[in-house]
Write a protein that binds this ligand. Structure first.
Ligand SMILES: C[S@@+](CC[C@H](N)C(=O)[O-])C[C@H]1O[C@@H](n2cnc3c(N)ncnc32)[C@H](O)[C@@H]1O
Length: 275
């Protein structure tokens, strides 16, 4: 499937990220998909949109009937991780443009939609690939609660870090992470919930150093990030598209949204279909 030259170059940045870091904190995946649980994959055909290094692919493949894992072109890393899993297939494609010619029981997209060129177009294509009655699960960075990253980190990244070598970025990420530890383990242990990123840093304390470095590196390395507003999340997860009782839009540690919904059956002919 086709991937444009610009996306090819971006995906090399991602491929390097996944070759240097492993996400071994399974609890994060389980929390990001809430209120769904890993039981949602059992016996189902799953479409994973943006598989990165394939660590979630492997988790889902434990119980899913099949997992089709799509990414721009870093599937090689994921292939290595999932070698021997007969129920996993990999596809190199752009999520907004792919046409896999079928629909899936579960369409899941973790930490990816905000990095695509056009999150709306990506969302529409993900939704299109879900069967009526199937479940869509998306975890995305929120606009709300992310002022420091949006207006502090992002401009610095664009101005100064684009030309930096990947190994330089890794060392910078380690340094920043190290510098965060004394703050996160002192001031942020006090019940000062009004502090920015208070919930986020509580989560920081649950993770190992390597995972925290990955989080910082991801912020500095990602070629582009569109932060999802609550309004946008509501537009995507509209009752026209999803069973109203199934729609869940939950904040996660104050910096992201977990979106879950069961796709509605097709509208009767004559009625307007959602895009
Ligand atoms: C932050 S990583 C998340 C990977 C994985 N879902 C995880 O949670 O570990 C973002 C991934 O999205 C992929 N990606 C970004 N834009 C994409 C696009 N337009 N089509 C397919 N994959 C894309 C990148 O290649 C990268 O692997």
């Amino acid at each position: 499937m086709s991937v444009s030259p610009v996306q090819q170059s971006r995906s090399s940045e991602w491929a390097e990220q996944w070759s240097m870091f492993a996400d071994n904190e399974r609890f994060l995946f389980e929390e990001w998909i809430r209120p769904a649980t890993t039981e949602v994959f059992r016996g189902k055909d799953v479409l994973e949109c943006g598989c990165g290094g394939g660590h979630h692919t492997a988790i889902m493949a434990e119980t899913a009937a099949s997992v089709t894992a799509v990414d721009l072109n870093c599937a090689d890393l994921a292939r290595g991780r999932c070698a021997g899993l007969a129920n996993v297939d990999f596809v190199d494609a752009d999520l907004a443009a792919m046409d896999l010619g079928r629909q899936y029981d579960v369409v899941i997209c973790i930490g990816v939609i905000h990095h695509t060129d056009d999150p709306d177009a990506t969302f529409r294509n993900l939704f299109r690939h879900c069967k009526p009655g199937g479940t869509v699960i998306i975890w995305t960075y929120s606009a709300e609660g992310n002022a420091m990253v949006r207006y502090g980190v992002e401009p610095i990244r664009k101005l100064f870090l684009r030309g930096m070598s990947r190994s330089g970025l890794v060392w910078l990420s380690r340094l920043i992470t190290l510098m965060l530890y004394p703050i996160v383990h002192s001031v942020y242990r006090l019940p000062l919930k009004w502090l920015p990123y208070w919930e986020y840093f509580a989560n920081f304390r649950r993770m190992g150093f390597g995972r925290n470095v990955l989080n910082v590196f991801d912020k500095l390395n990602a070629p582009q990030t569109h932060f999802t507003t609550r309004t946008k999340a509501g537009e995507w997860m509209s009752p026209e598209r999803f069973e109203p009782d199934s729609i869940s839009i939950q904040p996660y540690v104050g910096v992201s949204w977990s979106l879950v919904g069961v796709k509605r059956a097709p509208v009767p002919s004559g009625a307007p279909a959602p895009a």
